[in-house]
Design a protein around this ligand. Structure first.
Ligand code: WQD
Length: 341
């Protein structure tokens, strides 16, 4: 039994990762400031996993509060760090808030860990660090370019902070996980994505359109150089992503890492266009989505999908769930959540 601290564990990917950690027998403590999620996530996790993570409500931008929170859990063996702002458009409008929140939280967490000797850290990164990839599939050696948003830049700079920190502290180990496009929900339908306000991302916008909350989906451009003109992404089931985090944290806890700073893509290796996702959603859920083709969205790249070779070879992990199960689980959650509305 090992205690794992999950910062941002009330959020979409964090809560699904808590479920996967508990299923593997880990003890979980969630650090969350509830700025982008509610305590209800803890109830949902308990209902699914049959065990309740402890919740510590803490603002990780506050150095003293962070230090006190870690002191109370100094026997933890690792931290999985999700706590960050992550809305691309919001980051363009409020860059300073993004830099302050995402870097202060990261640095306070690393400082607290170093003081207590909690020397394992899993970082929630993003394929957005690749910017506009020259070739696909994208490997971990593909050039990291200037991402298109302050949000993406916080991920890129955070990885540089982690690289420097691990170079200076060889007893501190980091695995950075670069997510492609996480979608879907736990098969129970008891937990899923809950964006604040109008969704920026494709899947919640689709499910809210299907639920009648949004009048229609705007498809941002069909003049890309792809099979049907719409942009291609590597969608990955959130439970596959969650399970990858457990594999990664076990790798560090069991001291199986080869370097003290490792980076892995988390994708399926298959790209789907926006129209293919819409069609899969309609077919799997036996409904039709009202959508309109509109202009491209600034900053969108035409095609991006992952090479999954390194994660498969080194972590022994590959995504298991297909697009059909992703779109089914997304709708299952939306229906389930709305029925209590
Ligand atoms: C996917 C595709 C859109 C909405 C971003 C971040 C990434 C990650 C996931 C943050 C694109 C199209 C979308 C809509 C549409 N992290 N689309 N209509 O932009 O690939 O990645 O979110 O959470 O770091 O960069 O994801 O879901 O916004 O877009 O046509 O209403 O769907 O143009 O082609 P994206 P997305």
């Amino acid at each position: 039994m090992s205690k794992i601290i999950v910062t941002g564990g009330c959020g979409y990917i964090g809560s699904h990762t808590c479920i996967a950690l508990l299923a593997q027998g880990h003890e979980v403590v969630v650090f969350d400031d509830l700025s982008n999620a509610t305590k209800e996530s803890i109830d949902r996790i308990e209902k699914i996993a049959g065990k309740r993570p402890e919740l510590c409500i803490v603002d990780l931008k506050n150095k003293n509060a962070t230090s006190a929170a870690f002191e109370a859990h100094k026997e933890a063996l690792a931290v999985i760090h999700f706590a960050a702002y992550k809305a691309v458009k919001e980051s363009v409008d409020h860059p300073l808030q993004y830099y302050e929140n995402n870097f202060f939280s990261l640095i306070n967490t690393l400082t607290a860990q170093q003081k207590l000797g909690i020397n394992n850290f899993i970082f929630s990164s993003s394929a957005t660090v690749y910017g506009m990839p020259e070739t696909c599939p994208v490997t971990e050696k593909s050039p990291v370019s200037t991402p298109f948003s302050p949000y993406g830049n916080t991920k890129k700079i955070a990885e540089e902070i982690l690289k420097d920190h691990t170079a200076a502290n060889l007893d501190f180990s980091v695995i950075s996980l670069r997510y492609f496009n996480p979608i879907g929900a736990h098969e129970s339908g008891e937990i899923g994505e809950l964006p604040n306000g109008i969704p920026n991302n494709l899947m919640p916008y689709i499910t809210q359109t299907a639920a009648g909350i949004r009048e229609k989906l705007m498809v941002f451009g069909n003049d890309y150089p792809t099979k049907d003109g719409t942009a291609i992404r590597d969608y990955i089931h959130v439970m596959d992503l969650a399970e990858a985090h457990v594999v990664a944290v076990n790798r560090l806890v069991d001291q199986k890492q080869e370097q003290n700073f490792e980076i892995y893509n988390l994708g399926t290796g298959t790209g789907y266009s926006v129209l293919e996702v819409i069609t899969a959603f309609e077919t799997q859920n036996n409904l039709s989505i009202n959508y309109e083709i509109t202009a491209r969205r600034d900053g969108d790249v035409p095609v991006v999908f992952a090479s999954t070779e390194l994660a498969s070879k080194k972590l022994g992990w590959t995504a298991k769930r297909d697009l059909n199960s992703m779109v089914k689980s997304a709708w299952n959650w939306e229906k389930n959540y709305r029925k209590n509305d």
